[in-house]
Structure formats: C-alpha cells, structure tokens
Design a protein around this ligand. Structure first.
Ligand code: AMP
Length: 402
C-alpha cells in the first residue's frame, strides 16, 4: 500500500488528471491518467494506466449531461471512479491547477470554504477558466471533505513583477480593486526556472526570456529566477497571438464592436477568446500543425495561413524585443510548450529575426531536437526545454501536506 496524489488540470471544457503513487516520499510514479472532454457538448471520458492500457472509456448519452451545468455531475462520476480505482493506494491529497489566484494567493494553499469563496469571487476576472477549476473542488469539498485539496496558481510566479509591470495606466482605484497585470502560465515558468537552477547556472542567475508557446502562449522575462515582466496581463487573452485568442488588441475595438456592430458582450467574448488568433486569421485551424500543413500543401487557404503565421511570429518577436529592452539585454532564450518544443522551423525563424540581439542559431542542433540550439559564439544562449507543469504541482502538493 502506497499513498497517491491526484493532480487535476481543468480547462474550460475538459478535465485532465494524473494519478501518482508516492514511491519514497521523494519520487513518484504516474500510475494512471485521463481526460474528460466535451463538457457542455459531448462528454467523453478515457483513463489509461502507465502502460497506456485503457482502464475506462465512456460516453454519456443523456442530453441533460451535454449541458455546461452538468459539469459537477461529470466531475463527480469521474472522481468517484478514480477514488475507487485507487482504493488500495489511497489518495491522500488532490492538487488543482488554478488559473487565477488574484493578488491574495501567491503560494499554494489548502482549499477550505474561505479559499473556495475567494477563488469564486475571481470568476469575473477569468469567466471561462475559473468555473472549470472550481467544479472539481466543489465536488471534492462535498464528497470527500476529509481529503486535503491544494490550489496551485498560474498567477503566482508573476507576483514578483515590479509595479511598473503590474499597473495599467488607469485611474488608481482600478489597481486597488485588483484590476492589474497578473500574468499566467506560471507553473510552466516555475518548472523551467527550477530546471535551469539544476542544469544551467548562467541562465538561472541571469536575464532569461522564456517563451511558453502552446495553444495559449505567453513570454516572460526572468531575472535571477524571478519574474520581472510578462506578456499576458489582466487575463490570459493579452500579449501574443494564440490558437483562438486575439492577443493584444486596441481596447477601443471592443467599443466599436459594441456600439457600431451592436454585438452583445457574450458575442464579443466568444469572438476574442474562441474565434480569433490563428483560427480567425487562417480560417483553417487553431492548431499550428494544420496552419503549417496548409501552407506546405499550398491549399486553398495557404495565403491566409501564411498571414496568420506571420502575425504569430511578428507578435512573438515584438514581445521578446519589448521584454529584452526592459531588462537591458538578455543572456538566454528558452522555448517551451507544444509549439515551442516542436515547431523547429518557427524556432529557427524567430531566432533569425532576433539576430540583432546577438542570437546565432545552430540549425543542426535545432533540427535534431537538442536542448542547446545556439552556436558557441551566440551572445544569447538559446534552449528548447520541455515543460512539466504537473511535476511542479506534485512537488507543491507533497510539500504542503508534509
Ligand atoms: P500545448 O497547448 O502546449 O499542448 O500546445 C499545443 C500547440 O502545439 C498546438 O498549436 C499544436 O499545433 C502545437 N504543436 C504540437 N506539435 C507541433 C509540431 N510538431 N509542429 C508545430 N506545432 C506543434
């Protein structure tokens, strides 16, 4: 019999989770992982063991469960299955990835009713993300109140940003009530910083820009392991062009949509979060692989895809430039997450666009998926490092319950 820890990563329409067995209080083995997806449309659950053997696969046919408000029921059934599966190696704690901790929560925290209410109060800040994290917490508080639940925050890493990087140029009362730049993807950045501390003293103690380029994408400026600025701000909409999100746009555009196009707030919300970015411009897909494939195959939307890709790269180069200027130059640039780890051609082009910073890419190392992808005479060290947000959460949960 061993202790187990469940790590939950809730998205707006999905619930990803991994079950870890505690080997010796220091190392963990992933024994099962799963995905509940299609929440609000066509719910589907699949859980596999560490050898990828399917443990359960399930569709819910009841139309009542195809509604967003069935989230708690689906989460409840899923959690009950996992707890039963792990009966012999009891789950002693559950870690939740929480997108927004506001200005109050900068460390992982044990969830109780008060914390739950605080996090619920942040829902207007991230209306698509926060309800997703709250659902499994609520279910656990109701069904398994004795099991510690720990919230790990994506905003926490950015708490060290100075006032000038946190503040919008709005009347002061906005900042005072929490309307400010927060930054996200913190668990991923934390992992990279932790990894650098173990493997690269120059970058761990120097000025490093980390580019987390996934479906959601952001870049952060890190000095001596601490965040000093980042591209996302009040919500994870700001900054870079993303799969379906606009990234930075002129705020007055929203007024134009409201007043001239007579769009409702809900329609605008859907447009800027779910229908823009690579998807909106390419009219093909939010997935970088599809966008690249359409260009390579010279498909009917190749020109749109090329424009979407150029926009993505231009925003990225611009934001890296802004962060580098803010730090007065950089020692390192790290690529991570789906696009950062896999899109070699894109990495190469970004590095070439940044040659004015002294970056010289080693094309062969970049092609062959090496960690170090800059030339020895590059003034900036460039690396590709796979991220691992779950390992950060696992460590935080384990440390907190011990
Ligand atoms: P993530 O959110 O970190 O899972 O990243 C998802 C993004 O990574 C999607 O846009 C994928 O298209 C992109 N991605 C994954 N593999 C590749 C690849 N080989 N080339 C380009 N993009 C990729």
């Amino acid at each position: 019999m061993a202790d187990s820890i469940l790590i939950i990563n809730a998205g707006s329409s999905s619930l990803k989770f991994s079950l870890y067995q505690d080997n010796d209080g220091n190392t963990f083995t992933s024994v099962a992982s799963g995905l509940l997806e299609g929440i609000g449309t066509k719910p589907y659950l699949k859980i596999v063991d560490q050898h990828k053997k399917v443990l359960i696969e399930k569709n819910w046919e009841d139309p009542k469960l195809a509604q967003l408000d069935a989230r708690d029921t689906l989460c409840g059934e899923t959690l009950e299955w996992i707890f039963n599966y792990s009966k012999k190696d009891p789950i002693v704690a559950v870690g939740h990835r929480v997108v927004h901790g506001g200005s109050k929560y900068v460390n992982p925290v044990l969830i109780d009713e008060v914390v739950y209410q605080d996090l619920e109060a942040l829902t207007p800040f991230v209306p698509l993300h926060q309800p997703a994290s709250l659902s499994p917490m609520r279910v656990m508080l109701h069904n398994n109140p004795g099991i510690p639940q720990i919230a790990c925050f994506d905003t926490a890493f950015h708490a060290t940003m100075p006032d000038k990087a946190k503040r919008f140029a709005l009347p002061r009362r906005y900042f005072d009530k929490g309307v400010r730049r927060y930054g996200f993807h913190g668990l991923s950045y934390q992992y990279i910083v932790h990894y650098l501390k173990q493997t690269d003293h120059v970058l761990a103690s120097g000025k490093t820009i980390i580019a987390h380029l996934g479906n959601g994408a952001s870049v952060s400026a890190v000095y001596q392991g601490k965040c000093v600025d980042t591209s996302m701000s009040f919500t994870p909409l700001d900054g870079l062009v993303m799969g379906t999100r606009t990234g930075h746009i002129d705020a007055a555009l929203i007024l134009y949509m409201l007043n001239e196009e007579k769009m409702s707030p809900d329609e605008i919300e859907t447009l800027i979060w779910k229908k823009s970015g690579l998807l909106g411009v390419s009219e093909v897909s939010s997935d970088m692989r599809d966008v690249e494939a359409e260009i390579a195959n010279n498909g009917p939307k190749a020109e749109f895809c090329q424009q979407a890709l150029e926009l993505f790269k231009y925003a990225l180069v611009g934001e890296i430039g802004r962060l580098a200027a803010g730090m007065g130059g950089i020692d390192g640039l790290i690529f991570t997450a789906g696009i950062g780890e896999n899109a070699r051609e894109l990495r190469s082009e970004i590095c070439k666009s940044l040659s004015w910073l002294g970056i010289k890419i080693d094309e062969e190392a970049n092609r062959s998926k090496k960690e170090l992808i800059s030339m020895p005479n590059s003034t900036v060290i460039v690396k590709t490092i796979p991220t691992n947000e779950e390992s950060v959460m696992l460590r935080e949960v384990h440390d907190l319950i011990n």
